[in-house]
Write a protein that binds this ligand. Structure first.
Ligand code: UDX
Length: 447
């Protein structure tokens, strides 16, 4: 039986979650990151971001000495399989920035140069088709004398975990995709995951390197398109008397060919993946000569969707100037402190532009919001203070804490109880029966 010793380069959401999960199932794992402050934090049992359950597991694997973080690439020589999990952000033109992939591969090549027995390299970062073979593989072969299929194995293993449920998704994936340079590399990686999943084996799909890279983009593009489709239907329903998009999409989602997942209407998708990955796929597609109009429409719908909150507000107030507006929820979705690509940013900027006084609340993301808005907005310590004296409230992120709020809370604390439900978390009738002016995405007048 192959004795796996794992190293993981890049300790962001994907890298750190994968490292901690593998270590928790008995693998010896080394995490490498260029940021020494982050490394120190992790070794002290602290997370560089908020993710439910991850900190407890990190502390356990550190205690058991199954995992530690380092900035020293030389420690890779104590391992035989390396996952590359560095970031692939967007360049201003939407293409992906491969600079972290290139520098991680070079640093890896530098230490592997001295190694004679086989080392397996697995790309987990989201990369456009061809990158694993033509960037990572080529650098290791051309610059560092490695021989693919001899002393170098190569795989592409896309990651599908969601922030906020990262550990659950890692232990219970819908599928594991293994793109392989050769059978030997694929066998080694398949065996690692089969050992990891024990009694809970997911389907494992073996493909070419390029197909694996494309599966990740196609999956994210499809889910993003499903959301933009739901929002398109919502925006149409908004103009149909007596029509609530939630009833419509419930009826649509019951068709098993469609299914209800990611058919939730709202203020649009944010995050570090969907916007970036759809943009990267569009640029890549154009570069190879195909104009992906469907994906362009997905993005266009999403770019405009946050402003539906402002349109609804203006149905009630002609002008927002001087009004005190509460924004509930800043993170791009619940259970994270991540504000990358969050729709709250667009909404707050627009409210400020309209002359509103903005007060915000979020259970986790306030520190990140301060970095963006500093003293341009007010940060409330709890929901009740956020609502105090407000003329309008916009629900931007559907945290459980907000779902529990009753009509009387809004009536008691707000100056004027006007609600824009941007995530469809409340029952419109219950709120309207209490005399609240209630507006929501995809809810026409009369419903
Ligand atoms: C996503 C993919 O789901 C995951 O497989 C991939 O690995 C990374 O990108 P993530 O960005 O963490 O994960 O969050 P996700 O739960 O997919 O939500 C993305 C955005 O879509 C959020 O802003 C969310 O509010 C929005 N969304 C989701 C909707 O607007 N409607 C829905 O029905 C579902």
């Amino acid at each position: 039986m192959y004795k796996y010793r794992v190293s993981i380069i890049g300790l962001g959401y994907v890298g750190l979650t994968t490292a901690v999960a593998l270590a928790s199932r008995g693998f010896n794992v080394i995490g490498i990151d260029a940021n020494s402050m982050k490394v120190e934090k992790i070794n002290n049992g602290e997370l560089p971001f908020y993710e439910p359950g991850l900190r407890d597991l990190l502390i356990k694997v550190l205690d058991k000495k199954r995992f530690h973080a380092t900035t020293d690439y030389k420690e890779i020589l104590n391992t035989n399989i390396t996952f590359i999990c560095v970031g692939t952000p967007s360049l201003p033109d939407g293409r992906i920035d491969l600079s972290q992939i290139v520098s991680a591969t070079k640093s890896l090549g530098n230490v592997l140069r001295k190694k004679n027995d086989i080392h397996f390299v697995v790309v987990k970062s989201t990369v456009i088709p061809g990158t694993t073979r033509n960037v990572v593989g080529k650098i290791l072969v051309n610059n560092y004398g490695k021989r693919l299929g001899e002393n170098l194995g190569l795989c592409m293993n896309p990651e599908f975990l969601r922030e906020g449920t990262a550990l659950y998704d890692t232990f219970n994936p819908g599928r594991v995709v293994i793109g392989e340079y050769d059978k030997k590399s694929g066998d080694i990686l398949e065996n690692l995951w089969r050992t990891f999943y024990r009694a809970n084996q997911p389907p494992i799909l073996r493909t070419s390197l390029e197909a694996a890279e494309m599966i990740k983009y196609a999956s994210n593009a499809f889910l993003a398109t499903k959301i933009s489709f739901a929002n398109t239907i919502a925006n149409i329903c908004q103009h149909i008397p007596n029509c609530d998009v939630l009833e419509v999409l419930r009826g649509v989602g019951l068709d098993h060919r469609i299914n209800p997942a990611f058919l939730g209407p709202g203020l649009g998708f944010g995050g570090s993946c969907f916007p970036k990955d759809v943009k990267a796929l569009i640029s890549f597609s154009k570069d190879i000569g195909y104009e992906p109009i469907l994906l362009e429409a997905t993005l266009k719908v999403n770019e405009e969707q946050p402003y539906k909150a402002i349109e609804l507000a203006k149905k009630h107030y002609n002008s927002l100037k001087g009004l005190r507006v509460t924004v509930l929820g800043l993170a791009f979705k619940p259970n994270t402190d991540d504000m990358r690509g969050a729709v709250s940013i667009k909404i707050i900027n627009k409210l400020l532009e309209e002359g509103a006084k903005v007060v915000v609340h979020d259970p986790k993301a306030v520190a990140n919001a301060r970095k963006i808005f500093s003293d341009k907005i007010e940060y409330a310590s709890d929901v009740y203070n956020a609502l105090k004296g407000a003329d309008l409230v916009i629900i931007v992120t559907e945290w459980d804490e907000y779902k529990k709020l009753t009509p009387s809370v809004f009536k008691t604390y707000m100056r004027r109880a006007v609600i824009i439900d941007g995530r469809r978390i409340y029952n419109p009738q219950t709120f309207r029966n209490e005399g609240i002016s209630f507006y929501a995405i995809g809810l026409s007048e009369g419903t």
